[in-house]
Design a protein around this ligand. Structure first.
Ligand code: GLU
Length: 310
């Protein structure tokens, strides 16, 4: 990897962050979940965790935000570990070409979601977790605490309750899939799990560290734990490369060229195999639901360091 001088990397992150300031105004904070609308827009952070244990960051990198869709990665890894290849009979691995919460495709395709990182797919994954763990919400938090090596990871109750109250579209997806026989547990229980994992509060530094195993063939470097198999780490990265950035995944692959996932809380995580993980966060979103500033930060860093896999 071209950057070996850690002072250079920290200085580069600071510099990039300062340059992004004017972009705050070109996005809009998510408001379809009312609790998210209360987040101050003019905030940003970037962090890079590397496999050799180093962590570089700039901006509000210890400020918690709502994990939202990025939680789908952790749920997916847990479900892959529990269910093995059976999971892929209930959810596909193709890009959807539709908004993340679209219902139409699900009707045509008999209740089998296109992939596990659109909402319908993540709800199937939530069903697997609810059906295989006696306390799935706790199991999810425990998994994240282990990956971050920090006990202080919680679900934000205000965000959780706000999602529960305004979750009609996700409920529609879940009931439609139940009608096709692709949801086993009771829908309200599945939705509670899904909203709870989306409401996890985390910061850029914790998030970058937590996903290092995906850059390291399934092994978490700080604990040496084999979090998932090498094959599954590869598969998760493949899904993130084709579907992780909502309906802008093609453009992101074209411009950045890294497996990545974004969430409506304003964070984006990008995996750099054999090197580390980049996270960036800033609340205002573009029309696809991706953070304007975080996209810019990750794109610029990938450019500067020549990180594209393609
Ligand atoms: N909890 C959000 C929802 O289901 C997650 C959306 C996202 O971050 O893409 O609508």
């Amino acid at each position: 990897m071209p950057i070996t001088n850690t002072t250079d990397l920290s200085a580069l992150l600071q510099h990039m962050l300062a340059q992004c300031q004017p972009l705050y105004r070109s996005g809009k904070v998510a408001d379809y979940i009312p609790a998210l609308a209360q987040v101050a827009p003019q905030q940003a952070a970037v962090a890079v965790a590397t496999l050799d244990g180093r962590l570089h960051s700039a901006g509000a990198a210890q400020q918690s935000f709502s994990l939202q869709s990025i939680s789908k990665i952790f749920g997916l890894v847990m479900a892959m570990n529990r269910l093995g290849d059976e999971l892929w009979q209930r959810v596909n691995m193709e890009p959807s070409g539709q908004p993340f919460n679209s219902i139409v495709q699900l009707e045509w395709e008999q209740g089998i979601p296109r992939n596990p990182v659109i909402n319908a797919g993540a709800i199937v994954v939530a069903d697997v977790l609810v059906s295989h763990y006696s306390a799935s919400k706790t199991a999810f938090l425990t998994f994240l605490r282990r990956l971050t090596a920090e006990e202080a990871i919680y679900a934000d109750q205000q965000v959780y309750l706000s999602e529960l109250e305004h979750g009609n579209r996700n409920a529609a997806l879940a009931y439609l899939m139940k009608s096709f026989g692709n949801i086993e547990a009771e829908v309200p229980q599945v939705l509670e799990h899904y909203f709870h994992q989306c409401a996890t509060a985390i910061n850029c530094e914790q998030l970058a560290r937590s996903l290092l195993f995906l850059a390291n063939r399934g092994v978490q470097p700080h604990s040496n734990e084999q979090v998932c198999s090498r094959r599954d780490a590869h598969r998760v990265n493949a899904i993130l490369s084709t579907s992780g950035m909502y309906d802008q995944s093609g453009e992101f692959a074209f411009k950045v060229g890294l497996p990545a996932k974004s969430g409506v809380g304003g964070a984006i995580v990008a995996i750099v195999p054999q090197f580390g993980v980049i996270t960036a966060w800033s609340p205002p979103l573009n029309r696809f639901g991706n953070s304007v500033v975080a996209m810019q930060l990750i794109q610029q860093l990938a450019d500067e360091l020549g990180l594209s896999l393609f």
